[in-house]
Design a protein around this ligand. Structure first.
Ligand SMILES: NC(=O)c1ccc[n+]([C@@H]2O[C@H](COP(=O)([O-])OP(=O)(O)OC[C@H]3O[C@@H](n4cnc5c(N)ncnc54)[C@H](OP(=O)(O)O)[C@@H]3O)[C@@H](O)[C@H]2O)c1
Length: 283
């Protein structure tokens, strides 16, 4: 696994992390009925990832998966893992945000969250109020770093300007080798400003993995050239190679897949990256 500093935090993160969004029915079951389908397999998957060197986990209050993150971490050194979670867009007023963070801390069974992200931009709440509350959480030691998700380039800059005391550490966006919109403005901006970018849907929600859409011939050629075991590994390697600031977070649900996703050791040459991007036209 390749390791790199997560933005300017000093924390060395695995370049590939683990995502814990399952699907809408899973969320409904977890949140409304308190039943989490495939709980044992999910916990086993996350532990497989941790044992294989993945030390970045992404969750969200919305996903209903925070309790499984804490269960997976039982008996482990908290300081060795970088936990990223997200506050829902309905909790962006100061009071609500602080209470949402307290609940996440309880579900995660931890004293602090490494990265607290705004899951989506607010529609009605001023960014100054939300970011002021985020900075208060840092001051209180409840979170270490502030991130965003699903913000356009313009809104990302507004979010950054709304912060008074601490930098914007990361953004999380839909990004994979067949959906590369962030390469236009957001990725270069992150690189220039020392921010991290967490690509979600890194294997196209499964479409780019084996069994998904027919890959171009070049994909198989590059797997052979770089000793990659699957198109899923190629998809993750594409993201990790494109920039030093990317941390893709493929979903952790199947131990075999997580083990495979933890085997990212090679970086693609720039010419191969460009050829791969051309072979996967934008969707
Ligand atoms: N910020 C946001 O708004 C947002 C939105 C969506 C997602 N996310 C985050 O991003 C994470 C990833 O997104 P996602 O789960 O939707 O998409 P994804 O990771 O691109 O795709 C998940 C699919 O790919 C399969 N897969 C993963 N690794 C594989 C491998 N090595 N070989 C074959 N198949 C493989 C999974 O199968 P198995 O399940 O069987 O392993 C699953 O069907 C989420 O878990 C969440 O943390 C954030």
């Amino acid at each position: 696994m390749i390791y790199r500093e997560f933005a300017r935090t000093g924390f060395r993160c695995s370049a590939v992390g683990m995502g814990t969004y399952y699907d809408i029915r899973w969320i409904a079951s977890a949140r409304l009925l308190g039943r989490r389908p495939r709980e044992d397999a999910i916990v086993r998957s996350i532990r497989t990832g941790l044992d294989s060197g993945l030390n970045l986990i992404d969750t969200a209050e919305l996903y209903g998966s925070e309790p499984l993150v804490s269960k997976s971490l039982e008996g482990r050194d908290r300081e060795s893992v970088f936990i990223a979670t997200k506050v829902s867009p309905t909790h962006l007023r100061r009071e609500k945000l602080i209470r949402a963070c307290e609940r996440s801390l309880r579900r995660l069974k931890t004293g602090y969250i490494d990265l607290y992200q705004l899951h989506f931009p607010a529609i009605r709440v001023p960014l100054s109020e939300t970011m002021g509350a985020m900075e208060e959480l840092v001051d209180r030691g409840m979170i270490r770093y502030i991130g965003i998700s699903n913000f356009s380039f313009e809104r990302m800059k507004e979010a950054e300007q709304a912060l008074r005391k601490y930098p914007l550490t990361s953004t999380q966006m839909h990004y994979n080798m067949s959906y590369r919109k962030v390469e236009e403005q957001i990725l270069p901006y992150c690189e220039k400003n020392g921010m991290a970018l967490l690509p979600y849907y890194p294997v196209g929600h499964g479409r780019l993995a084996s069994g998904g859409r027919q890959p171009p011939a070049l994909a198989a050629d590059l797997c052979r050239k770089y000793g990659l075991r699957s198109i899923a590994q190629l998809a993750l390697t594409y993201l990790v190679s494109r920039s030093n600031c990317t941390f893709p977070i493929p979903r952790a649900r199947t131990p075999e897949h997580v083990a495979e996703n933890s085997g990212i050791d090679a970086l693609l040459d720039p010419s191969d990256l460009d050829a791969l991007a051309s072979a996967y036209p934008e969707r």
